[in-house]
Design a protein around this ligand. Sequence first.
Ligand SMILES: *[C@@H]1O[C@H](CO)[C@@H](O)[C@H](O)[C@H]1NC(C)=O
Ligand SMILES: *[C@@H]1O[C@H](CO)[C@@H](O)[C@H](O)[C@H]1NC(C)=O
Length: 360
Amino acid sequence: MSFKALFTFATLAVASLAAPSHTKRATCAGGRTTAHASCCVWFDVLDDIQENLFDGGECGEEVHESLRLTFHDAIGFSPKLFLQGKFGGLGADGSIMAHSEIETAFPANLGVDEIIEVQRPFAIKHKVSFGDFIQFAGAVGVSNCAGGARIPFHAGRLNVSSPSPDLLVPEPSDSVDTILARMGDAGFSPNEVVDLLISHTVAAQDNVDPTIPGTPFDSTPNSFDAQFFVETLLKGSIAPGNGTNRGQSLSPIPGEFRLTSDFLLARDARTACEWQSFITDHASMVSKFEKVMDKMSTLGQIRALLTDCSDVIPVPKVALTKTPTLPAGRSLADIESACRATPFPALTADPGPVTTVPPV
Ligand SMILES: *[C@@H]1O[C@H](CO)[C@@H](O)[C@H](O)[C@H]1NC(C)=O
Ligand SMILES: *[C@@H]1O[C@H](CO)[C@@H](O)[C@H](O)[C@H]1NC(C)=O
């Protein structure tokens, strides 16, 4: 799509969405209330995906994958390409689902085809746009995790999109310079890159080492806690699968996977202090994640044309039962702390035999 075509597209968007329904608080079928009548459909989507996508409201594999998809759709947005007169993608526009045959062939999107195919029928059934659905599912999913966040949700993205250009999704094998430059182009500061990586507290790898799909990035992949930020700073010595693959660094604990990008960002002077800060401040971790995900979820979109349906997202119900610790068998001497301004917090190790992460 050319630059000129993009503007035609934007004009159409304004025309068709010129009168968003900012009416009084609405009561939806079933008695639940929301700020805008047009948000009612999302309660139906909510009930359906909690039951049939997230296995009754769990924080499991589908949540990990749905959260990953929010990023892979949204980050397809490059003001730099537009400045060069090229089409730079329209961000969180659902293009990864609408044009999955093109975008899932991009190397960085390896494996996201699975969750796209699982999600697509839900979006079609409820007649909501692909772009809205992807961000909604990610927000609902995170609300299921213990200690989880309540990510704002705005509805009204068009269901029409063009494929994102390739090479906009950062890869785990990229250098910190490359990652910060790409993310900076999309509008994120180095601290905000770390804030987005809070997602890795409830995440796992499938394709970096395809011999061990579902290997998590921390020992508590179903809890929205700060263990990820502790464990990524431990010395690594283990290859949990078939060796060290591209984008993989040695893990500190059996059954855990470490991405090279996480290893590097945890230790880089530009990002290390934000990284370490979450270990002692869960409230800040949650609020920064909500803020940065809100920003990411409308990347490339015109926010004024969207309707705030955030009140449909559930309030996370399950609280965390423990603060971050060192895995059993480890001591502070195993920590490669990199924040010069603040010492690493005086954590103690879990009791018992050496921590290993069971396969999921
Ligand atoms: C969105 O577009 C897809 C094709 O990309 C179509 O299958 C789906 O029905 C559309 N949904 C709506 C709500 O128009
Ligand atoms: C691990 O296995 C995969 C799939 O068979 C292969 O592509 C990859 O090269 C292997 N990695 C190493 C480090 O041997």
